[in-house]
Design a protein around this ligand. Sequence first.
Ligand code: ATP
Ligand code: MG
Length: 124
Amino acid sequence: MKIAITGKGGVGKTTLTALLAQAYAETGRDVLAVDADPSPCLAGALGFPPELRAQLKPIAEMDALIEDRTGARPGTVGGFFTLNPRVDDIPDRFSVLYRGVRLLQVGRVYLGGCGCDCPEWAMF
Ligand SMILES: Nc1ncnc2c1ncn2[C@@H]1O[C@H](COP(=O)(O)OP(=O)(O)OP(=O)(O)O)[C@@H](O)[C@H]1O
Ligand SMILES: [Mg+2]
């Protein structure tokens, strides 16, 4: 089962996501939580301690991996790239586990006008 939580700013998306992830994990389900917010804070909402948060590697910052999988170099403009790259190995390689919830972080947008993010977001 996949659940996507979206909505306008400040309505409680992160809070609800953390509560659902923890509740499903406590019933014994295998939970993979993906923080796709460009201003990520799901790790904090899930109570991840600082040493585990420090292990989270934002997928959108893995330029070599993104180029290998999509055929596009992040930061470049134009050209074709793969919209459905192979990603089946990503959760095992890059998620961090705490209290039964595996967490992945897509990454943040640091500033406006910093280029097209499409190849990075195709990974999700
Ligand atoms: N620690 C806190 N103390 C008080 N209010 C909080 C706290 N954390 C979140 N809130 C408020 O609770 C509401 C829901 O927060 P939450 O972060 O879950 O919303 P969100 O939809 O994920 O927000 P965003 O669009 O910024 O990602 C917001 O109005 C937020 O300002
Ligand atoms: Mg949020």
